[in-house]
Design a protein around this ligand. Sequence first.
Ligand code: ASP
Length: 325
Amino acid sequence: MKKILALHTGGTISMSQSSTGEVVTNKTNPIANQQVIPLNEIELVNEEVFNLPSPHITPKEMLKITNRIKTAFMDENYDGVVVTHGTDTLEETAYFLDLTLPNSYPVVVTGAMRSSNEIGSDGLYNFQAAIEVAASDDAQNKGVLVAMNEEIHSARFVTKTHTTNVATFRTPTLGPIGMVSHNKAKFFTTLIGNEYCDIETVIDGVYLIKAYAGMDSTIFDILNNDQTKGIVIEGLGAGNVPPKSLPGIKKLIDNEIPVILVSRCYNGTAQPIYDYEGGGIELEKMGLTICHGLNGQKARIKLIVGLSANKKDYDLAQFMMSATS
Ligand code: ASP
């Protein structure tokens, strides 16, 4: 019998709707006491790590979850871990766990779009599916997974795409890696590459900036100070920025602040294609690192993890370049 630990961290999955319609937090988690799995198949242990709406979660809480999961696998003989989490920052926590845990650990993150007592609430169903995925022999060596709405996604690429719809979690460009149907997890693909960082602390001062038409250097000039440890820019299209933002970006590079370039597009990856002022080729020559395949919020998490693991210069650039290392 598989032994699964469910770590609850808060979010809509643990909330309920009041008689006047507001979604509010509860003192006790309504899903933790529900019988979701036949007792003879899986031994399920529920534990509350904290009870936070996910906009309140920071990399420090993420590291706390990483450390709890390490103990569960190394000292307590669990076969799999499920993390329940608010959906707003779920993709960031899931990717943080992916970068800071060995990929042999079956870890599955889930949440809900409708709180526990709303009609059509998806929390219990997603929780049950996540437990089945974590208990599946095939979940090993896939990295951290996100199970929502009968789909299994890689934490590395999944993103929240809708404010309220239950089919919000999608993997643009690549699609889900498996599905959960009638309590069975089925996988259709394997994981390419994984670099795991064993970190003990997380640094602050890593920012995410979205480029826009007519952008100038103002934001970059404000961020050019000793507290700034790294910047991710969501560039336009394949990874380009408006010319007036270049002097500010250049000063950051001269000040040895790592600057990572991704695309603000929902699909595809940033690439050095254009050789005009502010084009990706020029940005790469200027010293920006182009990160292929991650969205802005995930590239920021990766930069925090890389810097917290004391990666610098060439090593940091290599780490940041690819979503598959
Ligand atoms: N705002 C909520 C949160 O992220 C939404 C959710 O849980 O789905 O905690």
